[in-house]
Ligand binder design. Structure first.
Ligand code: ADP
Ligand code: ZN
Length: 739
């Protein structure tokens, strides 16, 4: 273990050590341990140029490139629990796999600079001095209310005794109450795994037991067991992994930690209150909306072991756990686990690596597992756990297609008569409707009727999307925004611009025209001022203050609305356009998820898919409820083309402000591209999104058989090709985006 110090004779000081710094530089640097007796994993402050930075001791001995007398000494050791060996190996592993600098990966593990500073203090007060000379009735009340010795803030004391804060301050001045300084970061209340819970079904218990057996070998370093837990929405997967979490908490003499990764969007208030009900305390959250002080408190609590269950988005994987005993990846198929900038990585896959390095069980849970995970079950690498039915009485929704060729909407509208009728009937019955369209805003394209001009983003190769509620045109790629012009910017004709195609705001307009009395709520990320606002909106739906919800993928996850019985998918074909590797898989998963919102309790649910391709394999699988057939056809097609999960892909994205430079580098890479059996290099070609934030973009795609060491091949290639000034080459191993 990293914290263990050698007990034999003290090594001679000063001695050489290597320190990895959270900066995008290649590898660790040598420094001098002037006698601090540093060990691997210690956080240290070291000089770097004219700055001073915090890094992690990566090894004793260093690389020896620089003579001992030229090394700079470590300035200080930071008083924190050292980063464990397993975390350090994980950083190195991710860096090697993604071809990133280890420092860039370490930066994700040290993302809260404040933790290395002394914790801010807060002054609290408790009884400590003599009674005041002048006693008043209020002072007496306050002193009587001090039942224990716990220090409290002025405000808390005043509230406790129901006196004014001035009374408290008076007793402080009199010396009766004495101040104590405490860390502002107090420990979190810890979840209690022994609390009573509802009985599990046989299938749930069986699944939970199999996961829990994984703990038996954990301390022998033999506890790595990956599970795929499949079950439709509502089948009780969460209850199963709660059970596994309870067992994980009991590990390591009751100090075990567990991590639940959720796509940010699925981390709902509903999920949190269930956790709290089960364990009596909230989990520790880790996501992008935390304030700096919340991040500091969470990071420290993970590092000192007080944070027992962490629930977070993908970056929670890099936190410095002390006793991580279980990882859960819920909604494991979700593409939000793929980080697309900085260090580009797939958090689900890296979570499996982390579990393997830590020799602990990992559970990937989903109603619609990724084909990669299914293939891993078929190869015998993952154990398969299935929850067959919905818990209790709830039935799976009935899914039907509306063939838009036969049932077209009226000109200029987007809802077919069949969907309109179903919607009105549902609302008339006092139930709720969800109209799903995965497109924010009012219209994806604004076109001039006179000259055909399309309004594009000035810095991206993309159309601007009209957001009518906000009165703006917006670029969904770079955030550029401008007012909707009166006249065509190209030909100058007044009132000639027309909105083409629907976004959810336009569907809301159409619903309002059909049924003005309907209580409509539009839900998408851009309309959400804050998580609190979202929680309030979700509550309004639960309280039946809304008849019709119109939403993007935001609404597809995690929520549970008993009275929601009809889901209308406005454009089921949308995700199939463009046709990248995972288009069919993704569409299937997304539509299954949204379908799962319908009829979660006694009321049966119904799903209507508006499609021009009712015979497409994705639609057929959904309508027939025949996932098997879809999955095996899709796997067979991928296998025939040696595409993932049967082959490996890496994308190279070249970008720069100077178009010529980018083209030149693309040619250099093409000229030096690796060749050989089982390797194909596609491109270079201008990226579909050939201009992004003012940068020109080209792409190459490397396809390799699974046995090939893709990373080695790429490293050698880049060394051959060299680079071009001003051109950035991003490497995306296992790409999900092909834009
Ligand atoms: P999933 O995670 O597969 O979507 P959940 O675990 O959320 O499913 O379960 C769906 C619903 O059924 C929840 O409201 C949950 O409280 C309830 N439920 C699941 N298992 C049980 C059980 N064994 N006893 C009682 N209620 C359960
Ligand atoms: Zn743009």
């Amino acid at each position: 273990m990293a914290s263990a110090r050698p007990t034999n004779a003290a090594p001679p000081f000063p001695r050489r050590i290597s320190v990895l710094l959270p900066v995008p530089l290649d590898g660790a640097f040598d420094y001098l341990d002037p006698g601090l007796d540093l060990a691997p994993g210690d956080y240290v402050r070291v000089p770097l140029g004219h700055r001073s930075v915090i890094g992690v001791v990566w090894g004793i001995g260093g690389d020896g490139k620089l003579a001992l007398n030229r090394l700079k000494p470590v300035q200080a050791r930071i008083d924190l629990a050292p980063m464990l060996d397993v975390s350090r190996r994980f950083v190195s592993w991710v860096a090697a796999y993604t071809l990133s600098d280890p420092g860039s990966v370490l930066k994700m593990a040290m993302s809260v600079p404040e933790v290395f500073e002394p914790t801010p203090q807060r002054r609290l007060y408790k009884r400590g001095g003599p009674a005041p000379e002048r006693m008043t009735r209020e002072r007496e009340v306050l002193l009587e209310a001090l039942i224990d010795d716990r220090p409290r803030s002025v405000r808390e004391l005043a509230r406790m005794a129901m006196v004014g804060e001035g009374v408290v301050r008076g007793l402080v001045d009199a010396g009766t109450l004495v101040g104590v300084d405490v860390d502002v970061d107090q420990p979190y209340p810890e979840p209690d795994p022994t609390r009573p819970r509802a009985g599990l079904s046989v299938a749930q218990q069986t699944a939970a037991d199999r996961i829990i057996t994984g703990f038996q070998n954990a301390d022998d370093g033999d506890g790595f067991q990956p599970f795929l837990l499949e079950g439709v929405t509502g089948s009780g997967k969460t209850e199963v992994y709660f059970e596994a979490i309870a067992a994980a908490l009991a590990q390591r003499d009751g100090r075990g930690q567990a991590l639940v990764l959720l796509p940010e969007i699925a981390l709902t208030a509903q999920w949190l209150s269930r956790f709290e009900q089960r364990f009596g305390a909230a989990p520790v959250l880790w996501h992008s909306d935390l304030t700096q002080s919340e991040r500091r408190r969470a990071w420290k609590a993970v590092a000192n072991g007080n944070a027992r269950v962490v629930v977070g988005a993908r970056s929670a994987l890099f936190l410095p756990y002390q006793a991580l005993r279980l990882i859960i990846v819920d909604e494991e198929h979700d593409q939000a686990f793929k980080q697309e900038d900085g260090v580009i990585y797939q958090a689900r896959d890296m979570a499996v690596v982390r579990a393997q390095l830590g020799a602990v069980p990992i559970v990937l849970a989903s109603a619609t597992p990724a084909l990669e995970s299914i293939a891993n079950v078929q190869r015998g690498r993952y154990q398969y756990l299935e929850l067959p039915d919905r818990h209790g009485m709830a039935q799976l929704p009935d899914i039907q297609a509306i063939d838009m060729r036969q049932n077209p909407p009226a000109r200029g509208t987007f809802l077919s008569p069949a969907l309109r009728d179903a919607m009105l009937k549902t609302v008339a019955d006092g139930e709720q409707v969800l109209l799903f369209l995965n497109r924010r805003g009012y219209a994806p394209l604004t076109l001039c009727r006179t000259c055909g001009h399309r309004i594009e983003c000035p810095s991206c190769d993309a159309w601007l999307v009209e957001h009518r509620f906000a009165g703006k045109l917006l670029c969904h790629h770079c955030g550029h925004s401008e007012a909707l012009p009166q006249a065509c910017p190209e030909c100058g004709t007044e009132d000639s611009l027309v909105a083409c195609g629907p976004g959810i705001e336009r569907i809301a307009e159409e619903v309002a025209a059909i049924a003005p009395d309907l209580r409509v709520m539009v839900l998408s990320s851009d309309l959400m001022a804050s998580p609190m606002r979202l929680a309030a909106m979700i509550q309004d739906i639960s309280d039946l203050k809304v008849d019709c919800i119109i939403g993007t993928q935001m609404v597809t996850k995690g929520y549970h609305f008993p009275k929601l019985t009809l889901v209308g998918v406005v454009d089921a074909d949308l995700g199939l356009a463009g046709g990248d590797l995972r288009a069919a898989e993704r569409t299937y998963q997304q539509l299954s998820q949204v379908a799962g919102r319908a009829g979660r309790e006694e009321l049966p649910g119904r799903v209507l898919l508006q499609t021009y391709m009712p015979d497409h394999p994705v639609m057929a699988a959904l309508i027939l409820g025949d996932r098997e057939r879809f999955v095996s056809a899709e796997l067979a097609a991928r296998s025939a083309q040696t595409m993932p999960p049967f082959g490996r892909l890496a994308a190279l994205i070249l970008s720069g402000e100077d178009a010529d430079g980018v083209t030149r580098q693309a040619r250099r890479l093409a000229a030096t591209a690796p060749q050989g059996d089982g390797i194909t290099v596609l491109g270079p070609a201008p990226a579909p999104l050939s201009l992004l934030r003012g940068r020109h973009r080209w792409r190459l795609l490397v396809k390799a058989e699974r046995a090939i060491d893709l990373q080695r091949l790429l490293r050698q290639w880049f060394a051959r090709a060299g680079c071009t000034k001003g051109v950035r080459v991003q490497i995306d191993i296992d790409p999900y985006s092909f834009l």
